[in-house]
Design a protein around this ligand. Structure first.
Ligand code: SF4
Length: 265
């Protein structure tokens, strides 16, 4: 029986990706995003960014990974995330080390899969967590809002979560501290709302604030995408491709840096 891995699935942003869950089998997160595709965060599982859990990998993780990887010679990514915020697990690097060993022991016909981490960025103000996170070859960090009103409305963070200014500062630091061979992608999930009295994060003020924040962060990649599965709140729905292109154009003009890739999904 598989305990840690999911898929692989064909992912819009990563190609063929094998998911790895480093948390327990229930959602544990510092956010309760309105669009979350794994459902609402229960009150008891909405935790502070300072919350630490120790969940070391069991010997099964190595075995499981070894047996699956041999079947997928064209895998593009081993992706840590799922079930919430993976940086809450103090043993995250123990998982990474095993995945790296197992991957490097295989003769891949093409390029070997990259070691990718999803993070919602809420814990990155903690120096020790940035040190862990920047050891992944690709970090996909969430930034859906760049002012506190939109941040609180969209991501509904735990009350201990720093304000958005501090989160943006920690993303700037993360990028500066990352090894040059590693990449930072900022993911902006932009959605619309059916509810008239709920302002979604596709409003023009937030898009401009995001553009200015991204200019400061200087990530390698910016990914603009929208909901693709059933959201936690019924009123959140996907923006269309035209809106994504419009947002990409605003980002491009404001950031004005050809080295930064802007992709829409
Ligand atoms: S950060 Fe991710 S897992 Fe947590 S609530 Fe938001 S979308 Fe869901």
């Amino acid at each position: 029986m598989r305990q840690y891995t999911y898929g692989p699935f064909q992912s819009r942003r990563l190609g063929l990706s094998l998911g790895v869950n480093v948390l327990a089998n229930y959602k544990l997160c510092t956010y309760n995003c309105v669009y979350c595709e794994i459902g609402l965060t229960k009150k008891e599982n909405l935790v502070s960014p300072d919350y630490n859990i120790k969940l070391p990998p069991s010997p099964n993780f190595r075995k499981e990974l070894k047996s699956i990887l041999h079947y997928f010679p064209h895998l593009n990514s081993i992706t840590f995330g799922y079930n919430g915020e993976p940086s809450l697990n103090e043993n995250l690097l123990d998982f990474l080390k095993i995945a790296e060993d197992v991957r490097n022991d295989i003769n891949w016909p093409n390029e070997k899969p990259i070691l990718t981490l999803f993070t919602n960025s809420s814990t990155l103000h903690i120096d020790g967590i940035r040190k862990r996170v920047n050891q992944f070859e690709l970090v996909l960090a969430k930034l859906d809002a760049a002012n506190d009103v939109d941040f609180k409305r969209t991501n509904r963070p735990h009350h201990d979560t720093p304000n958005i200014e501090m989160i943006i500062e920690s993303l700037i630091k993360l990028k500066q501290e990352m090894p040059k061979t590693h990449k930072l992608a900022i993911q902006c999930l932009i959605y619309n709302s059916y509810k008239k009295d709920f302002s979604p994060n596709n409003n023009s003020r937030n898009i401009l604030d995001l553009a200015h924040a991204l200019k400061l962060i200087k990530p390698n990649i910016i990914q603009i995408y929208s909901t693709a599965r059933i959201p936690a709140e019924y009123f959140a729905y996907a923006i269309d491709d035209e809106k994504k292109r419009e947002i990409a154009a605003i980002f491009k003009e404001t950031i004005d840096d050809e080295k930064i890739e802007i992709n829409i999904y």
